[in-house]
Design a protein around this ligand. Structure first.
Ligand code: AMP
Length: 426
């Protein structure tokens, strides 16, 4: 089905053509007709499936009809998203799809000065894209007017709940026109009970849109598990990065400190790298993302902050340096590659201590992930730290080993040493 069959306004069709979309993605084909009819929808769609356009295009269509009748006043649509980055990205998409329309958009998110955001909203923003924290702050201070609101979008609903935004969302929704008087569109990569309950309370007879199997990672991503002891993760990452097909690599770690440490290590090895985590200023976060998107750096080391919604074209590989704590995060992380039907690869490092998490993930997605071994990699090497501080009971043996195995820098092939076999490597 071509885009022209949705009955979208001509300016929108021209914009779509300009960005190069030839046909709708499955979630667009399923959702757009329902949204155009005015239905509430609950869409379960992986990231990277084109879901932003699925709600933005019909929204722009409705607003441009109003505009044509000279009846476009006030804020008619609110889009809530979990992170600043995603809010910015959605705003950019609205600008791009709405380039031929004069619809006003304001983005409201924390970490930057609020005054310009308030001004943009008050100047008559027809669409507001916001993160819940900053929005609630402005709402409580009566800086925003949602009395005319007609469309509410909850994007990445599961992620927002996971981040603890439920009370904020409840307060925001309570300040909007009643559900019978607005259209509520909910998008979520997974559909846990909490999201279901949100749908029941906030929506009015919603239609379900489901693309791909529930809770299943994007089908275009090749997945592999590398069982590796924690002290060899750096060496393994460096070994993988020797492969030139790793052109744009997103590496996920659990903690900010871990992101800083790993970035330093990669930098020392002359790998172009930047980092994205909540400990950095908004400006630095945006620069890191822009550098990575434009290909100015090859590797982006990120915490889960970057896992949701961020649209980065051509990520060749996602590496879970630290295994994600819950299956939802795994699905979102690997969804950063293989976007819009391009092939991608997701590699997860799983030390022995994380095998239980792997088991939980495999149960959740109903699939055993392929185990792989990196050819030529020494799984039995000791880490520099262990070499430097040998356990007392076999100090003599270790001292002998150190004499033969001097170089201590983690390399693709660390010095061989007679360590105990890592029990879970195959
Ligand atoms: P999203 O899931 O909305 O973040 O979109 C993921 C990527 O798919 C973005 O880079 C979009 O520009 C792209 N995209 C969205 N719709 C289409 C389409 N119909 N054809 C090709 N690419 C698309």
């Amino acid at each position: 089905m071509p885009f022209s069959e949705f009955g979208l306004e001509d300016g929108i069709l021209r914009a779509i053509k300009k960005v190069g979309y030839v046909r709708p993605t499955p979630v667009q084909a399923a959702a757009i007709p329902k949204v155009m009819r005015g239905d509430d929808i609950t869409a379960i769609a992986q990231t990277g499936t084109g879901k932003t356009a699925a709600f933005v295009l019909p929204m722009l269509h409705q607003l441009s009809l109003r505009k044509a009748e000279n009846k476009l006043h006030g804020t008619l649509a609110l889009i809530l998203a979990p992170t600043r980055e995603l809010a910015i990205q959605i705003t950019e998409s609205i600008h791009s799809y709405g380039r031929h329309l004069s619809i006003r958009v304001a983005a409201i998110y924390g970490g930057v000065d609020e005054n310009s955001q308030i001004r943009a909203a008050r100047k008559g923003a027809n669409i507001i894209v916001a993160t819940p924290g900053r929005l609630i702050d402005l709402l409580e201070r009566h800086k925003l007017d949602f009395s005319r609101l007609e469309v509410l979008v909850l994007d990445e609903a599961d992620r927002m709940l996971h981040m603890g935004f439920l009370p904020d969302i409840e307060t925001i929704v309570a300040a909007l026109p009643k559900r019978q008087r607005r259209q509520t569109l909910m998008f979520s990569a997974t559909f846990p009970r909490e999201v279901e309950s949100l749908a029941k309370r906030f929506q009015h007879d919603p239609k379900r849109v489901q693309v791909g199997a529930k809770n299943n990672p994007a089908e275009t991503v090749k997945q592999a598990i590398y069982e590796v002891p924690p002290h060899l993760k750096d060496a393994m990452l460096l070994a993988l990065l020797k492969d030139e097909t790793f052109t744009r690599v997103l590496v996920f770690v659990r903690m900010k400190d871990g992101a800083n440490r790993l970035t330093e290590i990669l930098r020392k090895e002359k790998i172009s790298v930047t980092r994205l985590h909540s400990g950095r200023t908004q400006e630095k976060r945006q620069k890191a993302l822009a550098d990575f998107k434009q290909g100015a750096v090859r590797v982006l080391v990120a915490t889960d902050l970057a896992a949701r919604g961020i649209d980065i074209d051509g990520v060749s590989h996602v590496v879970n340096y630290d295994f994600p704590v819950n299956p939802e995060d795994y699905i979102h992380r690997i969804g950063r590659t293989g976007r819009a039907e391009h092939e991608g690869e997701a590699i997860s490092f799983v030390p022995k201590g994380d095998l239980n998490l792997l088991g939980i993930l495999e149960m959740a997605i109903g699939q055993r992930l392929p185990r792989k071994q990196l050819r030529g990699f020494d799984y039995y090497a000791k880490s520099p730290a262990i070499e430097a501080a040998p356990a007392k009971k076999d100090w003599r043996k270790r001292t002998r080993e150190r004499e033969v195995a001097k170089p201590q820098k983690p390399t693709a092939r660390p010095p061989k040493a007679a360590a105990k076999k890592f029990p879970n490597s195959r």
